[in-house]
Design a protein around this ligand. Structure first.
Ligand code: NAP
Length: 313
């Protein structure tokens, strides 16, 4: 019987593990397939306090993991395939183990939204990528296309200029959504060329990607950009398939929580991007992870009939 099971090993999951560990609940973190979550695939994180010169996403997540383990968290590289939240203790099944848990903290994050155009599926791993830090190195002196106009697209486009000789940013509007400081860097970078008001309608290739077909949404004009790789950053979808029908989700599939990270099932908490629609940041994920862990501790204390300090939320 586990006191606290945490699904997900991004900033929210690991912050929850640090706090639950310090409460001596010996939390179990089930990492999922992506150790460190999406933050670990971010080339550089410049706005997490305490790192004035920025820090690599992977490095930051390794440090958080070490910190959680120092306080007794157990980190298992395993993927949850089924949960039963209709009974208590909750049942959490991975490919190989079935756990029972008094509390559950869901920090499963989000996954990249797919373009959904011809060629995307065919060339996945053969020129189509969702992770510049994983694959950027393979595009030394090559041309790549980045799709999107948010923080991820522009930051990762900048990262790709370290390798590629040319980076197109294809964005569906004529203004970026990314933070101003990042926009300015991109506008100054001579390797980056913007294709405004444009969407990708097809990914072209033979063995590997050779280019993309784009359409200008204002003029309707179509053209082809020759490129060796396509990196897509058009937002995210929450990883909540496991909980459909068991927890209250909003219209976009995010888990609904109150400000104490309680979900619709007592004893089940959610933290990080999986419940945050607006400000998806490492700093917000860490905050909600900490709150979720403290509330899990309270739930266990109340379950066991122990006194727990009252907090005004
Ligand atoms: P995002 O902010 O949702 O931006 C997605 C971008 O893709 C937008 O520019 C959007 O266009 C475009 N888009 C959406 N659907 C599209 C479609 N079907 N076809 C073409 N373009 C499409 O996503 P994100 O950049 O991945 O960022 C996610 C969250 O993480 C945000 O809250 C972001 O601020 C945060 N983040 C922060 C940092 C940082 O602080 N350094 C770094 C990375 C991410 P429109 O602009 O027209 O809507």
């Amino acid at each position: 019987m586990e006191q606290v099971v945490i699904i997900g090993s991004g900033p929210a999951g690991l912050a929850a593990a640090i706090y639950a560990g310090r409460s001596q609940l010996s939390p179990l973190v089930l990492t999922g397939s992506l150790l460190g979550g999406q933050a670990a695939t971010t080339s550089e994180i410049e706005n997490y306090p305490g790192f004035p010169n920025g820090i690599g996403g992977m490095e930051l997540m390794q440090l958080m993991q070490q910190q959680a383990q120092r306080f007794g968290a157990r980190v298992e590289m395993d993927e949850v395939v089924e949960v039963n939240l209709r009974q208590h203790p909750f049942i959490i099944k991975t490919y190989s183990v079935t756990y029972e848990a008094n509390t559950l903290i869901i920090a499963t994050g989000v996954s990249p939204r797919l373009l959904g155009v011809p060629g995307e599926d065919t060339f996945k791993g053969r020129g189509v990528s969702y992770c510049a830090t994983c694959d950027g190195f393979f595009y030394k002196d090559k041309t790549v296309v980045v799709v999107g106009g948010g923080d991820s697209a522009v930051e990762e486009a900048l990262y790709l200029t370290r390798f590629a000789s040319k980076v197109y940013i294809v964005h569906r509007r004529d203004q970026l959504r990314a933070q101003k400081i990042v926009q300015e860097r991109a506008f100054k970078n001579s390797k980056i060329e913007f294709k405004w008001d444009s969407i990708v309608t097809e990914i072209l290739g033979a063995e590997r990607v050779t280019g993309v077909r784009i359409r200008n949404v204002k003029s309707g004009e179509e053209s082809v950009l020759m490129a060796d790789g396509v990196f897509t950053y058009i937002g995210n979808v929450p990883n909540t398939q496991l909980f459909t029908g068991q927890l209250e989700l909003d219209d976009l599939g995010y888990i609904i929580t109150d400000r104490r990270m309680h979900t619709s099932v007592p004893g089940v908490f959610a933290a990080g991007d999986v419940q945050e629609r607006v400000l998806k940041q490492v700093v917000t994920a860490v905050g909600s992870g900490a709150i979720a862990a403290m509330e899990a501790e309270r739930f266990i204390a109340e379950m066991e009939g122990r006194a727990y300090p009252e907090r005004q939320w």
